[in-house]
Design a binder for this molecule. Sequence first.
Ligand SMILES: [Zn+2]
Length: 316
Amino acid sequence: MYYLGVDLGGTNIASAVVTEKGELLGRSSIPTGLPDSPEHIAERIAESCRQAVSATGCSLEDIESIGIGTPGITNIEEGVVEYSCNLDFNDTPLSALVEDLMHRPVLLENDANAAALGEYIAGSGKDADSLVAITLGTGVGGGVVINNRLLTGFNFAGGEIGHFVIVEDGEPCNCGRKGCFEAYCSATALIRQTRRAMEANPDSLMWQVARALDQVDGRTVFDAMLLGDKTATEVFQTYVKHLACGLASVINIFQPEVLCVGGGICNQGETLLGPVRELVEQEDYARHSRHRTRIVRAALGNDAGIIGAALLPLYR
Ligand SMILES: [Zn+2]
């Protein structure tokens, strides 16, 4: 038997047929086509599922169930997306809409949680019994898996690791709070910090790397640092300090066997994670323990969400 996994994003719907060990077989990716009604989005999800099945060379009868990772707060018991600002879903019965089209059981999960589960099953947490996954993207996504179960909170809004405060009364956050981890450590935050430093330092080599403020991306600081730019190094060090502060707190709360960090910024590899580990080393409550959390890069990239969504029925 196979499982279908769907990663429903604001731009694309990516689907794949997945084995119970987390191997990806045929896949498909089609535009989400926002803005559009939930009914039309459900139709495109179904279309993407059919394409993945046909790319695999199997039939729908071989598919045990369909799992969908979706942005927003997701009532996994009722199969309803209670709220997603990206997709403009409000109490949308997404499971039922897709079930009507595909005649297969449909399970939902928040997309960051699905990605954490995917890393736990087939990625950086494959041999671990607990994992926390953190993605540094437009925002900061997070998911917590302990003893084969996702931590969802009683109302399915748990595991939002981007939104604990690391600086009281700090930078405003999209969630309405001030000083959230996300407001300092997302790719968006790093870009904002880079631009501010450039404006304050017209001589910085970051101006050579990015040319203009609207050309700044998550790599600007790293590229300028390689050129020996002092301002870039300062931006980087402050970013790493905030990241390590947040990660150390996450470790102190959960003490997961693996903490995996993903997102475009992590393409910098050890340039980023090396200094982060050094700082966390000083703040980890369990630093004297023989058993320590491993901080690693996420292994599966975008496939994590598909694999986690597909295999939801095995982990509930
Ligand atoms: Zn927040």
